[in-house]
Design a binder for this molecule. Structure first.
Ligand code: SF4
Ligand code: SF4
Length: 183
């Protein structure tokens, strides 16, 4: 990757980070609901004992040297492995989106973005499991969509975001089929 290309990715990533820095799915730090369960159960991806958050192109270079992050290559892509704590301002994009994910489709050369509940969050995240706590902060959804649209301006990041969207959509469909089969 050329220095110019890397710099462009970093600019887009930092802007996307800024949109989701203080804005979370709740009007307060949702980690208070659950003791930051998603950070403790950071097992969304990975094989052979390593688990972590899938990164976007350019994120590893942006975040390496930060605290105790480790970076591991997996079949699914580059993973960030943490010890369950981090500097909030320097967490990767996937952590900023969780417990949602960007569902991306293309139509007539345009991206259609929907911010949807991440099916992997259903077992740990109280944002979805407790009806009284389900209402999602509108500003979070707005900023998340804007952040994704910003990142889609880079071809490499767009390809990875679309691939992650397909993968999580497949998990969602499989989960739906399993749940229907159990009813
Ligand atoms: S598990 Fe859900 S409620 Fe808890 S910190 Fe993570 S996103 Fe917030
Ligand atoms: S990088 Fe930070 S926000 Fe993401 S899972 Fe680790 S501790 Fe949680």
């Amino acid at each position: 990757m050329s220095a110019e290309n890397t710099n462009k990715k970093h600019e887009l990533l930092l802007y996307a980070y800024s949109l989701l820095c203080d804005v979370t799915p709740k009007k307060y730090d949702c980690g208070m609901l659950c003791g930051s369960a998603c950070c403790k159960e950071n097992t969304a991806h990975g094989t052979d004992g390593e688990s972590g958050m899938l990164l976007l192109p350019g994120e590893k270079e942006l975040l390496c040297g930060t605290k105790d992050f480790k970076f591991v290559k997996s079949d699914e892509g580059e993973l960030l492995v943490c010890d369950g704590s981090c500097v909030r301002e320097l967490r990767p994009f996937a952590c900023r989106m969780f417990p949602f994910y960007p569902h991306i489709e293309t139509c007539g050369g345009r991206y259609i973005i929907k911010i949807k509940p991440d099916p992997r969050a259903s077992v740990i995240c109280p944002v979805f499991s407790d009806f009284r706590k389900r209402k999602t902060h509108a500003e979070f959804l707005r900023n998340a969509k804007k952040a994704v649209r910003t990142l889609l301006a880079d071809d490499d990041i767009a390809k990875e975001l679309c691939s992650q969207s397909d993968m999580i959509s497949d998990i969602e469909k499989l989960r739906g089929m399993l749940l229907n089969g159990l009813r």
